[in-house]
Design a protein around this ligand. Structure first.
Ligand code: SF4
Length: 269
């Protein structure tokens, strides 16, 4: 039976009417809930029969994050075996030494050989690890433009930005709302760089999850009955250097990692 690689695969074949018959408020929320195993694909009466047959009707019982990692790893590992490591390291702004590529991820070193042996002391979840492999294999090495844009303004961003908002920006916003120390932690623990306001935000932090894929997190405090807001921006070259699916996965991976870390330290909900 086929398995989903991400929530967008599910969202694509839903009717997008937001009729709520599945118990979720939107088709987008339903796609996320199916992917994370919280509900069953068959709970939407409008899923085409061929999709139900293709993907089955039972809830996922294993950890979807681990499943995603395994799927990504298998695909990427095969490609890694045939990669010219020295050449790739030059293109993606990494170091090459004795069969290993080493690059900084969120301020810490990450080394990998062609057999996928990884050395790093950074706490990255499997989504982030899968994204790194994608970067090694496919980044075009385009120099940064220094022009920050939201995901929806990237060439393929229109299909992804709503799901990205739900699973990355909203998760980060909730984490920031419940743990005000989040941004100083990003600076100290992940070598983030606090900059002067951007887009009239109250807080602006640049993270460097990959050498050619920086991200800018902007946060606006709540005021006068208005909720807080959080938006994420990428360099305009980001899709060439990671692909839209890679950017989505990276954003969700970082949001989940920070949410988990703040919960472990007793700050989350
Ligand atoms: S029942 Fe199906 S069509 Fe209706 S909101 Fe849920 S997912 Fe969308």
């Amino acid at each position: 039976m086929a398995e989903f690689n991400n929530a967008m695969e599910i969202f694509r074949f839903l009717p997008k009417t937001n009729c709520k018959e599945c118990g979720e408020t939107t088709c987008l929320a339903f796609a996320g809930a199916v992917f994370t195993g919280k509900t069953d694909l068959s709970c939407c009466p409008h899923v085409p029969d061929d999709k139900l047959q293709q993907y089955g009707t039972t809830k996922r019982v294993t950890n979807p994050i681990e499943e995603e990692f395994q799927a990504v790893m298998e695909k990427q590992q095969t490609r890694l075996l045939t990669l010219d490591f020295e050449e790739r390291a030059r293109i993606i702004k990494a170091e090459y030494n004795e069969g290993k590529i080493t690059l900084p991820i969120l301020g810490k070193l990450f080394s990998i050989d062609r057999y996928c042996n990884v050395t790093t002391d950074i706490h990255v979840n499997s989504w982030v690890l899968g994204t790194v492999l994608h970067y090694l294999n496919y980044s075009q090495g385009v120099p940064l433009s220094l022009n920050w844009v939201p995901l929806r303004e990237l060439p393929s961003g229109k299909d992804w930005y709503r799901l990205f908002g739900q699973q990355c920006e909203n998760v980060l916003k909730t984490t920031a709302d419940t743990y005000p120390g989040l941004f100083s932690d990003l600076v100290e623990a992940f070598r983030g760089k606090m900059i002067d306001e951007r887009f009239q935000s109250d807080v602006a932090v640049i993270l460097a999850p990959l050498p050619l894929v920086p991200m800018l997190i902007c946060y606006w405090y709540p005021e006068e009955g208005m909720e807080s807001s959080l938006k994420l921006f990428f360099d305009a070259t980001a899709e060439a250097n990671l692909g839209i699916e890679g950017l989505y996965t990276l954003g969700v991976g970082i949001a989940q990692m920070l949410q988990r870390l703040t919960k472990v330290h007793g700050h989350g909900q």
